[in-house]
Design a protein around this ligand. Sequence first.
Ligand code: ATP
Length: 220
Amino acid sequence: MSPLVSCQDVARTYGRGASAVVAVHGVTCALRQGDRVALMGPSGSGKTTLLHLLAGLDRPTAGTIAWPGLDERPRGQVGVIFQGPSLLPPLDVAENVALPLLIAGCAEGEARRRALAALAAVGVEGLAAQLPEELSGGQAQRVAVARVLAGSPRLIIADEPTGQLDSARAHQVVDLLTEVAGRLDAALLVATHDPVVAGRLPTHWEMRDGALREDVPWSS
Ligand SMILES: Nc1ncnc2c1ncn2[C@@H]1O[C@H](COP(=O)(O)OP(=O)(O)OP(=O)(O)O)[C@@H](O)[C@H]1O
């Protein structure tokens, strides 16, 4: 089975000269269909940088990244949940979930139908007409998961998706992500500082000073 994404000796340096920051270096890794990976590591160790590279949102300054298991460029086949609130305040929940589909060229009625189906699948169809400011943190993250689900990605990348939630809700959101990944037959990579969240996933990677260690033993 071809990996959905693979990187070979990848580095990402921000800036140049004396002020250059080597955020990621020497990273070789791959994600395949069915993978469920927690990416751990201290603040500033390069997790977000690596996630953006794997999602195709940024380019490495050295090494290569390829998406051999995806049909085209990663756009549209990678679902990303960013750190912090990501819903657009003036749009209601259903519009927020439908927006990426509209941008991808989906007709309005079809985008709305898929958005409502995704909201129902994660148990928040009752929130469709709410504005983001009316949601709790847990509800907002469920909507963010619905937005990923609606796009039917093959690879799901989430950056601290439970950072602002208490541990019970963090549990629920990571379990929901796992369920959605299963439903889509996708790979899932979740960056987290939270050992409770990491403990819900079977595989653990660790970033330290920009270097990646795969398959770190884990006991929770
Ligand atoms: N746009 C940028 N310009 C310059 N330096 C950056 C930029 N983005 C990140 N960095 C630096 O790159 C390093 C890695 O940052 P990154 O955000 O990838 O780490 P992280 O592990 O995700 O941290 P956190 O857990 O706090 O989110 C840090 O030293 C950071 O300050």
